[in-house]
Write a new protein. Structure first.
Length: 201
């Protein structure tokens, strides 16, 4: 019985992600989620008190996943050369965000960021603030060790990260406008090379 309840909870979350991405959070009812899962509408309340609670659990899980999978690349214990460090961050992020399963998360975040405080806080903290803090702290260590040109480490972090924030938004915003979402461009490599040329010793 407990295993079935756990499975239903996971099915609810998985189904909600697909429906929220396809139609938008406000356009989907708990009844529709229950029907898609194959359970009675009232049964959904055994797992989640509200539709907002479902979205909050999705965001919570996504935050933990981002922390576990992306954070280590931003904070290696040893001091790596700047190029090696940036390559590690870039490869790790690319591998994560290129997974088909993560596309729906991006759509949900983009659609709900201005109407849902939980989504907005998560997006700001996990996609903007925490990467910037981790990179700027690491850049400061590299600068102090004479392994990176001296400068403002926060500015350097913003300079590197801003291009990828831009590409994330362009891709997500184009979903309902273009026949196919905008794909990350090859200029990402150019940005990488220019950043290294500017800051590498």
């Amino acid at each position: 019985m407990a295993e079935r309840e756990t499975n239903n909870r996971e099915k609810i979350l998985h189904t909600a992600v697909a429906l929220f991405a396809e139609r938008g959070f406000s356009a989907v009812s708990q009844r529709e989620i229950a029907a898609a899962v194959g359970i009675r509408a009232a049964s959904i309340y055994n797992h989640f008190a509200s539709k907002d609670a479902i979205l909050e659990e999705i965001i919570k899980r996504l935050s933990l996943e981002l922390e576990e999978e992306l954070r280590p690349a931003y904070e290696p214990e040893t001091l790596l050369p700047l190029r090696t460090y940036i390559e590690g961050i870039t490869a790790n992020n690319d591998a994560y965000f290129e997974r088909d399963a993560n596309v729906n998360y991006g759509i949900i975040l983009m659609r709900e960021q201005f109407s849902n405080a939980v989504v907005r806080k998560m997006l700001y903290e996990m996609m903007i603030l925490r990467p910037r803090e981790a990179m700027s702290a690491y850049f400061a260590r590299l600068m102090d060790a004479g392994m990176m040109r001296k400068g403002d480490p926060v500015f350097a972090a913003k300079e590197y990260h801003s291009f990828f924030v831009y590409e994330f938004y362009e891709s997500a915003l184009s979903i309902d406008i273009l026949p196919n979402p905008a794909e990350p461009s090859l200029t990402g490599r150019t940005h990488f090379d220019r950043f290294i040329e500017t800051w590498e010793l």
